[in-house]
Write a protein that binds this ligand. Structure first.
Ligand SMILES: [Mg+2]
Length: 191
């Protein structure tokens, strides 16, 4: 059975929308997505010292993680993929949100075979250590995508403002949404 690697945030879960919405409610101003040009909000938006303390604790709220919505098209395509392939999720989420993540995946009926939390490791290292040979990896983080691609894995990179600066790589293909992922999977007979 072939293996397909999948990231959660930005691929299955629309985490950025939920986080920016919460920041808007707490700090009473706009946090537009097109300003999120890299992975750390604190480098994209200005926070004063007091706000920074609040900001650091914002993402510990389990209700916030529960409120994250699915990205359109993720579930049906993953359900189809699961019939033919092993689906391996590797997430950069902190281990503190492991329970809420498992519960979220269950509630949202996301099919998968294995789930790894990075815990300080790199995604490609987790793949190597656990001897996963991915036919494909779905990712939105530019560095993880690049390293996985350098290890010979074909990567579909979901297009976001925070991954625009990545260099071209023969193993990386940029995609806009799950509809496009679906088409590529069908064309390559993975679906
Ligand atoms: Mg991600």
């Amino acid at each position: 059975m072939t293996q397909i690697g999948i990231d959660i945030d930005g691929i299955i879960a629309d985490t950025d929308t939920a986080f920016r919405k919460r920041m808007g409610e707490v700090f009473k101003r706009e946090f537009p997505r097109d300003m999120v040009r890299e992975f750390h909000y604190e480098n994209c938006f200005k926070f004063n010292r007091k706000e920074m303390d609040i900001f650091c604790n914002l993402f510990l709220d389990k209700e916030l993680w529960k409120s994250i919505k699915l990205i359109k098209g993720a579930r049906p395509t993953m359900a189809s993929l699961k019939r033919k392939h092993s689906l391996i999720i590797i997430t950069g989420r902190p281990i503190e949100v492991k329970d809420v993540t498992l519960e979220w995946l269950r509630v949202k009926k996301i099919p998968f075979d294995k789930l790894y939390f990075m815990q300080g490791r790199q995604k490609h290292e987790i793949a190597r250590v656990n001897k996963h040979k991915f036919s494909l990896f779905l990712e939105d983080h530019p560095d993880y995508a690049y390293r996985m691609a350098n290890d010979g894995v074909r990567v579909l990179l979901m297009d976001y403002p925070w991954n625009q600066r990545i260099k071209n790589h023969p193993n990386i293909q940029r995609v806009k949404n799950w509809k496009q992922i679906n088409k590529i999977l069908k064309d390559s007979r993975l679906l």
